[in-house]
Design a protein. Sequence first.
Length: 166
Amino acid sequence: MVSLRIRYITTVLDDIMKQTPQEIKIDKRMQPGVITLSGFLGDDTRHYHEIIETDEQTLENLGKTPEEIADRMQYFTDASWNSYDTPLEIENKFVVETEVVRGKLPCPFSHPGVYRKAVTRLTNTELGLTISWSSLNLHMIKEHHFFEGSGSVFRIEPELLVKVLF
C-alpha cells in the first residue's frame, strides 16, 4: 500500500514538473476559490488535458464537434438573451430562457476577454430533459473543448448535450 502511494505521488510530481508555466497557471486558475467558488474540476482527479481528450473522443464517437455543440448552444442563448427572464419556445420542441446577473468572469485558460454571468436553461420538451450552461461554459467548450470536470457545478456531459440540443 505504501509503495502504491509513493508511486502515485511520484507520478503526480512528474506530471507537475512536465507542465509548462502557462499550464501551471491554468491549473491553478481552475482550482476552487480562484475564479469561482467551486472551481472548474469538481471532484475529477484527472488533469484538464485528460478531461478534454476524453470529451473530444466522446464527441467524435457521437459525430459532433465541440464547435457544433457551442454553435447550437449560442443559437439558443442568442434567441433568449433579450427575453427578460421569460421562457421562449423555439422550433416547437425547445423552451429556453437566459438569466443575466451582474458581473463577469475571466477564462481560466487565460483567453482574452471576460464573460457575463449569465445562465441559459434549455428544455427539450419532446425528451423532458433540461440542461443549463453559463456564458463561460459556452466559451470554454467552443475555444478550449473543455466541458469541466466530473462533479463540477457547471459540468455538462457531452452525450447529454448532443441528446438535448439536436
